[in-house]
Design a protein around this ligand. Structure first.
Ligand SMILES: *[C@@H]1O[C@H](CO)[C@@H](O)[C@H](O)[C@H]1NC(C)=O
Ligand SMILES: *[C@@H]1O[C@H](CO)[C@@H](O)[C@H](O)[C@H]1NC(C)=O
Ligand SMILES: *[C@@H]1O[C@H](CO)[C@@H](O)[C@H](O)[C@H]1NC(C)=O
Ligand SMILES: *[C@@H]1O[C@H](CO)[C@@H](O)[C@H](O)[C@H]1NC(C)=O
Ligand SMILES: *[C@@H]1O[C@H](CO)[C@@H](O)[C@H](O)[C@H]1NC(C)=O
Ligand SMILES: *[C@@H]1O[C@H](CO)[C@@H](O)[C@H](O)[C@H]1NC(C)=O
Ligand SMILES: *[C@@H]1O[C@H](CO)[C@@H](O)[C@H](O)[C@H]1NC(C)=O
Ligand SMILES: *[C@@H]1O[C@H](CO)[C@@H](O)[C@H](O)[C@H]1NC(C)=O
Ligand SMILES: *[C@@H]1O[C@H](CO)[C@@H](O)[C@H](O)[C@H]1NC(C)=O
Ligand SMILES: *[C@@H]1O[C@H](CO)[C@@H](O)[C@H](O)[C@H]1NC(C)=O
Length: 542
């Protein structure tokens, strides 16, 4: 709560426009140019020194090599990464989410009770950036005169210790600035500032969307590795902790993407700091912060900054821009600071939501001999819907389970819902985002994934079964037959949609998505499915 209420918002954008009005300062410009040239010529101010900060936990992570996920993906060209976006979120769903949150986002008044942080930055900095189109900046005119009177100093060349940005990974693009890093949110810019009295021959700009998935179009942030400290904006706030700048836009809103694209990458990038890290967020969706505020609170002890609205120049010993990510809903322990894996993440999430320790499933812990294992049955409402829901409930009950049918919505209180999931021994449902709730199951619990028609086994495996295994859960998959999909009625045996799904996939991700992810509903054949329930009972009793 405190986190969210403190979210910073700059209220007076109109004032900024006023500052940007060029006419107002045209007469000043030649004077400032003259003064700045003089300053640059004679002296390099020594004013922005920051405390040395070399021994951060998480350092070795940065040192790590960035390998690609697996041989198969490696051969895919970057544009192909879009393929993976189709499986979980239909664009229709994304649009619905956007629409739903549109009105509440426009109306900030009832969401952030922010402080006005427009005061800290000096008019002159904004003026100079705007009028001259460069990054030179001086706090105020009296400071300029001070430095002009100083004596000239020797200047040495010094390249940053390591490349600041890494765009070699097909999955994400990310930068890591150590030394003197400064964020300037309203300009969507993060600076690397070379030490005073040095010049950086490797000056460079990078522009990219700081999301964990290159394929999506997040709002761009520019990282500038400056030539000299003279070009840097002066700090309005100095910090000793590191910071991470990242985007919350794009595919968030679908539980799978919330975890796979934001929460897991954020954990990978920030957990090693043990709360000593600040988050600056672009495309900030308040609903997301509210929904997962317990997770944010556990990852960072500091105020969350709305980067797009932030007119402060915040200085840090280290700023990471973008989120490094490893795989879909997963973690590669070899590339995390303390060897964290997905099970550690799950335990972290359970802890954040104050769930009991995950030693074993409720069914095993219960001493009542009459207690049946409990199945949470996810009924999807739009696509990949069960046409015979009531019969499925009946069949599962008849196999000796207690059934809890649920239709999770995006606005559900996840803190409360996680408790319900935790109380279950089995989570059963069609391949889809709601299965991400396996995150809240206890060790040894079981996921039953109904794999829709159309050669979706590989995705079923990558997106849910592999993560389930890594989280120490059991899993069963049931691939439906052509007779069990509504696509058969619609297209018939002769249509490639039924007879040759591979040929549909070869037409590109949009075609596969249209038929198998969006158009398809499921009529489970309970005779054919029965052995899965028998196997489930066995597994739970092992
Ligand atoms: C960092 O990389 C260097 C050179 O590759 C290596 O010698 C060193 O052990 C690495 N440090 C860590 C903490 O992995
Ligand atoms: C948000 O809502 C406004 C008006 O309510 C509408 O004009 C705009 O297109 C919507 N934006 C999106 C992304 O749906
Ligand atoms: C925004 O929310 C506040 C508080 O809920 C309400 O009073 C105000 O009318 C809303 N403004 C708009 C434009 O919807
Ligand atoms: C914001 O917080 C202040 C003090 O904490 C309170 O007086 C004010 O009513 C709050 N405003 C809104 C819109 O919630
Ligand atoms: C300008 O800089 C001088 C010297 O650094 C300082 O004393 C003064 O307070 C500053 N003025 C403003 C308006 O920040
Ligand atoms: C970085 O971008 C600025 C404009 O924003 C430009 O003036 C500058 O030359 C660029 N620097 C490099 C090294 O490309
Ligand atoms: C972000 O920057 C890239 C590279 O400069 C550009 O191609 C892309 O269109 C930009 N995206 C947005 C949303 O502005
Ligand atoms: C989906 O849920 C909504 C709201 O609960 C309901 O109005 C609608 O009829 C449902 N659609 C289907 C196909 O079940
Ligand atoms: C969710 O439920 C918990 C526990 O009942 C409550 O403390 C919390 O405020 C709720 N969160 C939201 C966003 O309503
Ligand atoms: C259901 O599956 C059983 C066993 O595979 C099969 O014999 C039966 O024909 C199927 N029923 C329908 C309606 O397809």
């Amino acid at each position: 709560m405190s986190h969210i209420s403190k979210i910073v918002e700059m209220k007076n954008l109109k004032n900024m426009n006023w500052i940007f009005s060029e006419k107002r300062f045209v007469s000043l410009a030649p004077f400032l140019v003259f003064v700045l040239v003089i300053v640059a010529f004679f002296t390099l101010p020594d004013q922005f020194t920051l405390r040395a900060f070399n021994s951060l936990s998480g350092e070795q992570y940065i040192n790590g090599t960035y390998m690609r996920d697996d041989g198969e993906r490696l051969t895919e060209p970057v544009k192909e990464t879009k393929r993976e976006d189709r499986q979980q979120t239909t664009w229709q769903e994304v649009n619905e989410i956007v629409q739903k949150h549109n009105s509440s986002e426009i109306n900030h008044s009832n969401e952030y009770n922010g402080t006005d942080n427009s005061h800290g930055t000096d008019f002159f900095y904004l003026l100079i950036v705007n009028l001259l189109g460069i990054n030179l900046c001086i706090t105020n005119v009296s400071q300029i005169t001070d430095t002009v009177e100083g004596s000239p100093k020797n200047v040495i060349e010094q390249t940053p210790p390591k490349p600041i940005c890494d765009n070699s990974n097909w999955r994400y693009e990310a930068c890591d600035i150590t030394g003197d890093a400064r964020t300037f949110g309203i300009f969507s810019t993060v600076f690397y500032v070379p030490p005073p009295q040095t010049i950086n021959p490797a000056a460079q700009n990078w522009t990219f969307g700081p999301q964990s998935r290159r394929a999506v179009q997040a709002k761009n942030v520019t990282v500038k590795s400056l030539f000299s400290s003279l070009e840097s904006p002066p700090c309005s706030i100095k910090n000793n902790m590191p910071a991470i700048v990242f985007a919350l836009g794009c595919l968030t809103g679908n539980l799978w993407h919330d975890f796979s694209d934001v929460l897991i990458p954020l954990f990978i990038n920030s957990r090693a700091f043990d709360g000593e890290v600040q988050f600056l967020i672009t495309d900030m969706h308040t609903w997301f912060l509210q929904k997962y505020h317990l997770v944010f609170k556990k990852l960072s002890r500091y105020e969350i900054i709305n980067f797009d609205m932030d007119s402060e120049v915040r200085c840090y010993p280290r700023v990471m821009v973008g989120l490094q990510s490893h795989k879909d809903l997963g973690i590669d322990p070899k590339r995390t600071p303390n060897g964290y894996n997905l099970f550690d993440f799950k335990m972290f999430i359970r802890d954040a939501f104050s769930l009991p320790p995950a030693f074993d499933i409720p069914f095993k812990l219960n001493t009542n001999p009459k207690r049946k294992p409990r199945v949470m049955l996810v009924l999807r409402n739009r696509s990949r819907r069960f046409m015979n829901g009531p019969e499925i409930v009946q069949a599962v009950q008849n196999s000796g389970f207690e059934v809890l049918p649920v239709e999770p919505t995006r606005d559900m209180n996840i803190t409360e819902f996680s408790r319900v999931v935790d109380s279950c021994d089995v989570l059963m449902g069609a391949h889809g985002a709601a299965l991400t709730n396996i995150m809240f199951l206890r060790t040894n619990a079981l996921m039953i994934q109904i794999v829709p028609y159309g050669k979706m086994e590989r995705d079923a495996d990558n997106f849910y079964s592999k993560p389930a295994a890594e989280m120490k859960l059991r899993h069963l998959e049931y691939s439906i037959s052509a007779e069990e999909t509504t696509l058969l009625e619609k297209y018939g045996w002769g249509n490639p949609v039924i007879s040759d799904p591979e040929s549909i996939h070869k037409q590109g991700w949009k075609a596969g998505m249209r038929y198998y992810w969006i158009e398809q509903d499921i009529k489970l054949n309970l005779t054919r499915f029965a052995p899965v329930l028998v196997k489930a009972q066995q597994l739970l009793r092992e």
